[in-house]
Design a protein around this ligand. Structure first.
Ligand SMILES: [Zn+2]
Ligand SMILES: [Zn+2]
Length: 142
């Protein structure tokens, strides 16, 4: 994705497009799977973890990325759909954690089914992680 395209996206989300933010966005957009802060750190020789963490948190607050708890204890991040915004991440889709390659992916075309709750319970957020074997690992096993 070109610098100009990323600049436009960040401006739309009210984020000042610094060189670092553009690079972090490009790293996230080129990754097929969700990435952790450590993955991100390994991609950047010149940036410290704190700077990267702050960048991710800014992205999260402005609806650019969402955090995924995949049960490994390591928070992963992936880009949001264009219709997420800072008030509300509307992008409630399934996440898939592969037990072979240990990658976590967004299944953005598969939304979380409506959850029924007992009377007087109010859901504020739903995370749904499906665990199993991903498409890549499944096809390489054949
Ligand atoms: Zn896999
Ligand atoms: Zn996701």
């Amino acid at each position: 994705m070109s610098n100009k395209a990323v600049e436009n996206i960040l401006n739309d989300k009210n984020i000042r497009p610094t060189a670092m933010r553009i690079l972090v966005y490009q790293t996230l957009s080129s990754s097929e799977t969700a990435i952790s802060l450590t993955d991100l750190e390994n991609n950047f020789e010149s940036a410290d973890r704190t700077t990267l963490y702050r960048t991710i948190k800014t992205f999260e607050n402005q609806g650019v990325v969402h955090a995924i708890e995949d049960g490994t204890g390591i928070t992963k991040y992936a880009l949001c759909h264009a219709f997420c915004n800072e008030e509300k991440h509307k992008d409630l889709h399934l996440h898939f954690h592969c037990t072979i390659c240990e990658e976590t992916s967004c299944l953005t075309d598969y939304s979380i089914p409506k959850i029924r709750l007992p009377k007087d319970y109010i859901a504020q957020d739903v995370d749904l992680i499906v665990k199993g074997i991903c498409q890549r690992c499944n096809s390489s096993a054949l």
